[in-house]
Write a protein that binds this ligand. Structure first.
Ligand code: ADP
Ligand code: CDP
Length: 215
């Protein structure tokens, strides 16, 4: 049976770094579903689709060609053959992504793409709704958490010039938008194992997930 590990949790809880480390240790592929929502958002912004036009976003959600590379050592993402790995991390996309991800047609398209990728072999998949909606049958489900302060500090260390207070406010805004949709993608799967990473180092979290996966 192919191993699927679902890694969910809010921004800055450590999903990407932990998932990549676990995938490398177990020789699995890695999929960053947040990058797919970001790439879709990058495309909508480039096309000038207004963020408050849900119907407009829905009507065009099928157009961009998204390709995710799943090597945990060098994940890639392209939209219509353009490498968008850099631009999707910028503040413009980060500020807009929750609005685009809230559109059901966007979620339907991306969840279908994610399931196609998951269906082709062992993988660690990280996001918000993996254990609940995308891969409810995953053998291992982890829900990472960390205090709002720790998450903001971690994110801030990656950004230049932002204050921790501003980063924390931005994460809180995104968490709020992400969890007030009809279907809350931040909801934890009932059978997920919760790991609070606030006072753990990255290697300790990876070790703990590997221990759970080997059980
Ligand atoms: P997410 O994918 O949940 O948003 P990331 O994996 O991108 O989180 O982690 C955000 C930042 O915090 C990264 O710079 C990462 O190296 C760091 N980080 C992740 N987990 C830990 C941890 N347990 N302790 C300290 N720093 C961490
Ligand atoms: O890295 P960070 O946690 O900041 O965010 P991300 O994982 O790149 O996800 C960006 C945004 O995409 C989130 O704030 C959600 O709005 C959305 N998302 C989602 O709705 N469902 C997912 N499975 C993954 C991301």
């Amino acid at each position: 049976m192919t191993l699927v590990i679902a890694m969910d949790g809010p921004s800055g809880s450590g999903k990407s770094s932990v998932s990549k480390g676990v995938a490398r240790a177990l020789g699995l592929r890695y999929l960053d579903t947040g990058a797919m929502y970001r790439a879709m958002t990058w495309w909508m912004l480039r096309e000038g689709v207004p963020l408050d036009d849900q119907a407009g976003i829905a009507a065009r959600a099928g157009e961009p060609v998204l390709v995710s590379g799943t090597d945990p050592a060098a994940p890639t993402i392209t939209v219509d053959d353009v490498d968008v790995s850099g631009p999707i991390r910028g503040s413009e996309v980060t500020g807009a992504v929750s609005a685009v991800a809230a559109v059901p047609a966007v979620r339907e398209r991306l969840v279908a793409l994610q399931r196609e990728i998951i269906g082709t072999g062992g993988i660690v998949v990280e996001g918000r709704d993996i254990g609940t909606a995308v891969a409810p049958d995953a053998q291992v489900k982890i829900y990472l958490t960390a205090s709002a302060e720790a998450r903001a500090q971690r994110r801030n260390a990656e950004l230049s010039g932002a204050t921790i207070a501003a980063t924390q406010a931005d994460l809180a805004r995104r968490d709020r938008l992400d969890s007030t949709r009809k279907v809350d993608p931040l909801a934890q799967a009932a059978d997920a194992i919760e790991l609070d990473t606030t006072s753990l180092g990255l290697d300790e979290v990876i070790e703990e997930v590997l221990r759970i996966a080997r059980k």
